[in-house]
Design a protein around this ligand. Structure first.
Ligand SMILES: Nc1c(NC[C@H](O)[C@H](O)[C@H](O)CO)[nH]c(=O)[nH]c1=O
Ligand SMILES: CC(=O)[C@@H](O)COP(=O)(O)O
Length: 158
């Protein structure tokens, strides 16, 4: 598997810019809170490490990952927001609900970025189980929140 030999938090320094003048919205799903809080911590610290100011990092919570899209649209429509980072964790259950949520969120977030012509980052884990989620939220496979923040920074340096 691609991730099994790749730490998600490893990244090149290409297009990494100083983001001291940029404003970020981080939208966090409350479902699987143990995981999403780790994703948020990783994203938040990564933005600070690259020059972002605390007052320029705006956090918003949503009930579940399905709501990330609408919240991303609300934030992306704000002229002073330079990039939006969406963080969630959708864990496979017994039914196809997982598929519908993941598909809707992936397409929805993509469309918001295209609509407002700014980076809207898909920082949503879609694991089969809790352990796979924990492994990617500060565990052995790194932190997808770090990756999402670096992705936002790189896109701003495009
Ligand atoms: N099962 C998970 C959900 N389900 C809730 C949906 O995201 C949504 O809030 C609900 O369908 C009402 O619109 N959400 C997650 O983020 N993760 C899950 O594992
Ligand atoms: C991905 C989810 O929404 C999950 O909670 C649904 O679980 P289930 O498919 O067992 O109802």
């Amino acid at each position: 598997m691609a991730t099994s030999n790749k730490n998600l938090s490893d990244h090149s320094s290409k297009n990494i810019i100083d983001v001291s003048g940029k404003t970020f919205a981080i939208i966090v799903s409350e479902w699987n809170e143990e995981v999403t809080e780790s994703l948020y911590s990783g994203a938040y610290q990564t933005l600070l490490d690259n020059g972002a100011h605390k007052e320029n990092i705006i956090r918003k919570n949503v009930p579940g990952s399905f709501e990330l899209t609408l919240a991303a649209q609300w934030m992306a429509s704000e002229a002073d927001i330079d990039a939006v980072i969406c963080l969630g964790c959708v864990i496979q259950g017994e039914t196809k609900h997982f598929d519908f949520i993941c598909d809707a969120v992936a397409h929805g977030i993509t469309n918001v970025g295209l609509k407002y012509n700014k980076p809207v980052i898909f920082g949503v884990l879609t694991p089969n189980n809790q352990q796979q989620a924990l492994d990617r939220a500060g565990g052995k496979h790194g932190n997808k929140g770090d990756e999402a923040a670096i992705t936002a920074i790189k896109m701003l340096g495009f």
